[in-house]
Design a protein around this ligand. Structure first.
Ligand SMILES: *Cc1c(COP(=O)(O)O)cnc(C)c1O
Length: 241
């Protein structure tokens, strides 16, 4: 098993899913989730042409990202994909170019304040929980279609985040529940797309990005409109920790 072969296989699988959905593979960004893997392994993945990497823990990222950046022959775009405690926000900003896991107004405000005065807004995604699974982070978004009060609360939270001056809210991110058959994740991905459409309409903002799909379910996510897939094990193999 080599990273080169794995990346080729993942790219092929994305292209096949795009074919089925009549989409262009150019519209799907592959994010290599490198959590637990050391800088030398990440650099091997960089050599295959991958440019986007995802990490989920601030401390681990703080040790690895500067090493990879210093040795990489090309610029790497780092995506924060794990839960960030508000008090850790200041460590996230200098390391990551995109924060996909904005799951509260509190964190969003903190990030916005931290980038105030910089000439570029920080690109972020709002992490939402569309499945209702209790173990998941993300703004509650499983009953907005059926519960007017839940919808009002979610809309108010999103509106407040959209108003923050330091953030460029690019779209939504979600994690699907772990299931036996990837087909079972299709309604989750479809409901993320539906939520994006509803929010884009309500707030007149394009919200183009949908970050959804991991090793076990990314082909279905691509069929349902993912613009970013976050793939770890299919590229790097099983994680040790
Ligand atoms: C670990 C992780 C992934 C990748 O998971 P794989 O199953 O290894 O592809 C994707 N997204 C998030 C938020 C993760 O924490």
């Amino acid at each position: 098993m080599s990273i080169v072969t794995n990346v080729m296989r993942v790219r092929e699988t994305i292209a096949e899913a795009c074919d089925r959905a009549r989409r262009s593979p150019a519209d799907v960004t592959l994010i290599a989730v490198s959590k637990t893997h050391p800088p030398d392994v990440i650099l091997q993945a960089v050599e295959t042409g991958l440019q986007h990497f995802g990490e989920n823990r601030v401390e681990e990222a703080g040790m690895k990202i500067p090493v990879v950046n210093a040795q990489s022959p090309q610029p790497v775009v780092w995506h924060m994909i794990g839960h960030v405690q508000s008090r850790k926000a200041k460590e996230v900003v200098p390391l990551f170019q995109v924060v996909q896991s904005v799951d509260s107004l509190k964190l969003a405000s903190k990030l916005s304040t931290l980038v105030a005065g910089q000439d570029q807004k920080l690109p972020v995604l709002l992490e939402v929980n569309v499945s209702g699974e209790a173990a998941k982070y993300g703004l509650p978004a499983w009953d907005w279609q059926t519960d007017a009060e839940a919808r009002r609360r979610l809309w108010a939270e999103v509106e407040a985040v959209l108003a923050l001056p330091g953030l460029d809210v690019r779209g939504l991110m979600t994690m699907a529940p772990i299931v036996d058959d990837m087909e079972q994740t299709r309604p989750i991905f479809a409901s993320l797309a539906a939520l994006r459409n509803a929010l884009a309409e309500a707030f007149q903002r394009p919200l183009p990005e949908l970050s959804m799909g991991m090793t076990d379910d990314y082909p279905v996510a691509v069929e349902e409109g993912a613009t970013m897939v976050r793939v770890g094990r299919a590229i790097f193999g099983v994680r040790q920790s």
